[in-house]
Write a protein that binds this ligand. Sequence first.
Ligand code: BJW
Length: 234
Amino acid sequence: MPRYAKIVILTGAGLSAESGLATFRDTGGIWAKYDYRDVATPDGFQRNPNLVYDFYNMRRRESANAAPNAAHEALARIQRDYPGDVLLVTQNIDNLLEQAGAEKIIHMHGEMTRMLCTHCDARLPWAADLSPDLACPECELIGGMRPAVVWFGEVPYEMARIAKALGECDLFISIGTSGNVYPAASFVAAASEAGAHTVEINLEPSDTTNYFAEHLHGPATEIVPSYIERLLAG
Ligand code: BJW
């Protein structure tokens, strides 16, 4: 029997920082260059769709040039080799966990390699730039194609599945997230209430650090592989 039967691992932008993808709230991060109200809200998209298309087209290209780091690799490894259940819940819209070989992943804030049609709700793989003149491959209507990502005021994906997993897990690990954005910031409290041991792995204490039982502060590429090694050793 493994020490923990069901593990939920929440990840955020800090996981991909050492792959060269900017975080949001660190000094010089994405929100230092863009106002979130312009690029990460439905209102912003309605006001200036071209700015939002440019923002995500740029990030999609940056992400296509990025490679998984040692922390992504370690998370793929625990999913492959751990004798219990390991669910990865990521706020990241890149696909570096998939590139590292991880399989059971919930992208609660969507994926930048998918489009969402506002006419017919189709959510389909889309690797190229998005623009207002494209026709939806499903309904063929023009002008409704947007990035399949979750903006402020929208409901994250697969919340029922996440809530069930949090209620059943006995270990909850949070990696590289500031704990600034809900509902992800409330997951530690839910897991804790369900009786799980809770571990924060982050460069610095997050906004929700007081909810965690164990804290490991430092770069993800150093802390995550060694922590996963310990878990696998039993
Ligand atoms: C490292 C590192 C290294 C750096 N190693 N670590 C008032 C109270 C409560 C809630 C609300 C409120 N007012 C409004 C709300 C709701 C709102 C919200 O939370 N607002 C807050 C700002 C207060 N939330 C929503 O609207 C969400 N929807 C919602 O609540 O729906 C209602 C509902 C929920 C559930 C059921 C039913 C109904 C939607 C949130 C959507 C967030 N979208 C974004 C952008 C889209 C995706 C994209 O473009 O990429 O998602 S915002 C942005 O923040 C992005 C991220 O996924 C998200 C989280 O950021 P993350 O990952 O934590 O990054 P950072 O930069 O903040 O932190 C990085 C951390 O890494 C730092 O701590 C560093 O130290 C660390 N780090 N390098 C390890 N090498």
